[in-house]
Design a protein around this ligand. Sequence first.
Ligand SMILES: NC(=O)c1ccc[n+]([C@@H]2O[C@H](COP(=O)([O-])OP(=O)(O)OC[C@H]3O[C@@H](n4cnc5c(N)ncnc54)[C@H](OP(=O)(O)O)[C@@H]3O)[C@@H](O)[C@H]2O)c1
Length: 402
Amino acid sequence: MIWCESKADSIVWMQEDICIDLFALRIMFLGAFYNYGGLIVDIKYMERAIDLAIKGIGKVNPNPLVGAVIVKDDQIIGEGYHEFYGGLHAEQNAIKNLTMDASGAEMYVNLEPCCHQGKQPPCAPAIVASGIKKVYIGSEDPNELVTGKGIAYLREHGVEVVTNVLKKECDEINKVFFHYITTKMPYIVMKFAETLDGKMATHTGASRWITGEVAREYVHYTRNKLMGIMVGIGTVLNDDPLLTCRIDNGRNPIRIVCDTKLFTPLDSQIVTTAKEVKTYIATCSVDENLKNKYREFGIDFLQVDCIAGHIDLVDLMRQLGELGIDSILLEGGGTLNYSALKSGIIKEVHVYIAPKIFGGAGIYSPVGGEGVELPDQAFLFQKPKIMRMGDDILIEYEVKEG
Ligand SMILES: NC(=O)c1ccc[n+]([C@@H]2O[C@H](COP(=O)([O-])OP(=O)(O)OC[C@H]3O[C@@H](n4cnc5c(N)ncnc54)[C@H](OP(=O)(O)O)[C@@H]3O)[C@@H](O)[C@H]2O)c1
């Protein structure tokens, strides 16, 4: 069962080939119990922990999304979530919000509690000190500072621990964190909108707009969710985009332009708004006089290795990872999309399909480049999620590795 949240008019869960409306699913599962190898677990509290965790979307990167619920006599007596980067952890917030003594209570938390001192004090000792006697955990934390140690600490101090509760759903909400913490590279989502005949622009290069309002608004939710947004110079020259997040309480992603030779126009919206929205131009150019002109507008540069006359995307991702950027929405044109796929940096693809046909011979394909020679050399994807957005359709796939 794969969870997916959306602003779409239909929220779907996918299991094999079945889509079930979330509302119907909640009715089915509300108060339901799961049998974990003979142990009966009430999953509605873990569902609540997940609901709390996702309130941190767009606010906690590059930290994980975590929610925690404390239950006593089948009543929630405390709950909390990780609200912002550097803020209290979910477990600490849940303990802080307790409405009664937690002795003998149970905690549901979607991620293994930490046991090391970071920006905040460790959670596992706080759980022990609170008197909680049993902890249900969704995902184990792959962070080498934590992994297995939080669970071991709890057990060593007399707290019963049940792991893998709604594990798939818990893993799903933190896939960006898991990728970033284990690879130190950002999780890249390639997004494009296309017509029914697979075009992302007309033969004149015009691409506004392909999809309708609902789909375009959902893109802004994705921009809020991911920490960076990246395009190639081709898209800047053609569309002069702003690449900001235009939803209430949304956060602008950090903008990255791949511009090998430094052709970004000084009067483009990206440049003229760079003092308000953090913006990097990734370039191979070493022309410091030219760069200084951009710096006056607030642009920062990433000096990147050159490969076959273009930016080395792997080197760029390494640098962005070092800057703490855990995730990027790639909203480029077909040229950058192909290079990104070929370099292996893409983890997920979001394809918006509009009920339109542009026609025209093979230009402005969402993925350009030379393409593969044989079908069995294709880039492969898995785990489809399908959402209807007005008359448009969004298909999300994860890249199939190996
Ligand atoms: N429908 C949609 O969802 C959508 C989204 C975006 C764009 N578009 C449309 O796509 C069109 C632009 O397409 P495009 O392909 O020219 O834009 P693009 O992929 O955004 O930019 C391509 C440029 O990026 C630069 N680049 C830097 N490093 C690169 C690398 N490693 N690999 C490849 N390119 C690299 C290249 O120029 P240098 O190497 O010289 O810097 C290249 O020409 C526009 O018409 C736009 O409207 C549509």
